[in-house]
Design a protein around this ligand. Structure first.
Ligand SMILES: Nc1ncnc2c1ncn2[C@@H]1O[C@H](COP(=O)(O)OP(=O)(O)OP(=O)(O)O)[C@@H](O)[C@H]1O
Length: 577
């Protein structure tokens, strides 16, 4: 929790001024009952209209000054809280961006989104409330009691007893309520989680006609939230009746004691009214204080959840090596080499890849084929260090990938993921992800190689807009734009992870042919389930259940790799039909 205070560091002035102005406002409020008492005792008692008017003006002035103080305090507290929230969100986002895939898998996207949004908002709200009320409410309670003592000690003792009883009720209810509110928060997280999952997967839900089941699952979570809210609501609903009973008994006692004191000439009528007003102020502030405690509690819980994300340290350490490109690259060194590499995902009991060993030379095309779940994606993800080998070594240009600066390493690689993702903006801005200063010619050349000219023309050129996630493009169009994006950076290593699955065979073949013509001769990895996509590769790696069961050219594998020949013959029979 303490580690979040640093995000308030730039707002020290605001953190002092906000409570200060709130206390000033409270001080002026504390004078109001005294002025009212003076109006009753002097103005009304003597029928002095001039005095009453003068005092009313003072009341208006006090209200105005109070208002100015309150607005000023609000301004400073909001400024500090918003600044805190902005800084925290920025730092959290930066931290999340620095995590490796292993940690991102561990936390989960939906949890990260909750931390970034509602948890940060709750923490920000807590800062705002603390700055405004944490000092003000106790100050008013204490100040009202002191004022009561200055008026009449006997009557003030009623205040002491009332404050003790009110505090027991208000804080007792609050303490009972806190665990219930925690449960409400958990149930709310559940509702948010299922909502997010359903909205993200709405197409799949409809395709499988799962609406009824999902509505039912949502109903269960929603009802759990309602039950938790009702339980918490019932307890907090006790607050008002109980506090009002206590305060009314205290007021009756106060008026009774006050009347006796008036009869004895010790107190004036105005002073009794002032005591009554102080009592009301105390009640209001204690209730505010209780709700502040609940807000603080929620904010601390949310802050702790944020801190727990900050505590996740990226498991990947960067090296210092820069890339060796162009002239400095030694041609006798393989571009990529896997040396007896194994991979076990964190939390997974068994290895997803075992003993992978192969060497790739500059300009070669490597095909990776195998059944679903055989480890193809896992293998290529180790080249840009999305995941690190748990045994063995992955070498690029003869250097272990772990020794490179991550940026230098990834700058050498253009990867097109299985799921093509584009970002809101226009086609040009998406394709420039690969190279910020790419010229229009460079981009159009990449588009041409990726067989995406028709897509760009259809969308009205490079300025054609792309909706969030590339939703306004078809699967195949998104894939071709993603390939063009990777090509724009002219990578030394190009990885196409099943990224032509939505293309027809002819376009797929044209694309592979066009890549062959690239003048900078990248080393290309093609992951595919289609034998036709990889059969002309210089090297084909066949995976089966995480193991490399074949390595060689198409002809060699047809002869000596049963898995490959089964894949090939099953598909070619199908394709020929
Ligand atoms: N992030 C992950 N965490 C844990 N296990 C994973 C993770 N990613 C993949 N796996 C597991 O590793 C194995 C290989 O998965 P991988 O995605 O590499 O296979 P694939 O051959 O690319 O499959 P497909 O053709 O279906 O995409 C599978 O058993 C999978 O469940």
């Amino acid at each position: 929790m303490k580690r979040l205070w640093i995000y308030l560091q730039d707002y020290k002035k605001e953190c002092v001024l906000a409570p200060l102005f709130k206390m000033l406002e409270a001080s002026f409020e504390l004078f109001v009952p005294l002025v009212v008492a003076a109006i009753i005792d002097t103005g009304i008692a003597n029928g002095d209209t001039g005095y009453i008017l003068k005092m009313c003006m003072i009341l208006i002035l006090l209200a105005l000054i109070g208002l100015i103080c309150s607005v000023t305090a609000q301004y400073f507290s909001a400024k500090a809280a918003i600044g805190f929230g902005t800084g925290l969100r920025r730092a959290l986002f930066k931290h999340l961006m620095g995590l490796s895939f292993t940690e991102i898998d561990m936390v989960g996207t939906s949890t990260m989104m909750t931390r970034m949004t509602s948890d940060v908002n709750q923490a920000q709200n807590g800062v705002n409330m603390v700055l405004r009320l944490f000092l003000r409410s106790p100050f008013v309670v204490f100040g009202s009691m002191v004022m009561a003592f200055t008026i009449d000690v006997k009557a003030a003792f009623i205040f002491v007893i009332a404050i003790i009883l009110l505090s027991i009720v208000v804080f007792g209810i609050m303490l009972m309520n806190i665990p219930m509110l925690k449960s409400v928060q958990q149930k709310l997280d559940g509702v948010l989680g299922i909502t997010r999952e359903n909205l993200a997967g709405v197409r799949v839900i409809r395709a499988f006609c799962k609406e009824e089941e999902e509505i039912e699952a949502f109903k269960v979570k929603n009802e759990a939230l309602t039950t938790a809210q009702k339980k918490a609501g019932k307890v907090s609903a006790l607050m008002n009746p109980l506090t009002y009973v206590i305060i009314n008994i205290a007021i009756v006692t106060l008026i009774w004691v006050g009347a006796i004191q008036v009869d004895n000439g010790i107190l004036t009528q105005g002073q009794v009214v002032a005591l009554y007003n102080y009592m009301s102020q105390i009640l209001v502030e204690l209730i505010k204080l209780a709700s502040l405690m609940i807000t603080i509690n929620k904010s601390v819980a949310c802050s702790n959840r944020i801190v727990s994300v900050f505590e996740i340290k990226p498991s990947m350490e960067e090296g210092v090596e820069q890339s060796a490109e162009g002239a400095s690259r030694k041609s006798e060194v393989p571009v990529v080499a896997f040396k007896n590499v194994s991979l076990t995902y964190k939390g997974a009991g068994e290895e997803s890849l075992t003993g992978i060993d192969f060497t790739v030379w500059q300009g070669q095309t490597v095909g990776i084929i195998g059944g679903t779940g055989s480890g193809k994606t896992s293998l290529v993800h180790m080249i840009p260090r999305f995941y690190d080998a748990t045994a063995g070594e992955v070498l690029i240009d003869g250097i272990n990938v772990k020794a490179y600066q991550i940026k230098a390493l990834r700058d050498k690689i253009g990867i097109v993921m299985q799921k093509a993702v584009l970002f809101k903006g226009d086609i040009g801005s998406n394709l420039r992800w690969g190279k910020k200063d790419a010229t229009e010619e460079e981009i159009l050349e990449a588009v041409r190689i990726a067989q995406g000219e028709d897509v760009v023309n259809q969308k009205g050129g490079l300025k054609g807009s792309i909706h969030q996630g590339g939703k306004n493009l078809s699967g195949g169009q998104r894939q071709r734009m993603s390939i063009a994006r990777a090509l724009v950076k002219k990578p030394a290593i190009l990885i196409l992870d099943d990224s032509t699955s939505a293309l027809d065979f002819a376009t797929d073949a044209k694309l592979r042919g066009a890549i062959k013509t690239l003048d900078y001769k990248p080393t290309v990895f093609i992951v595919s389930q289609r034998a036709s996509s990889i059969q002309y590769a210089d090297l084909i790696i066949v995976l089966d259940d995480g193991k490399m069961v074949g390595k060689g050219t198409h002809e060699e594998l047809l002869e000596n790799c049963q898995v490959y020949s089964e894949i090939y013959h099953s598909q070619f029979r199908k394709e020929e039909n």
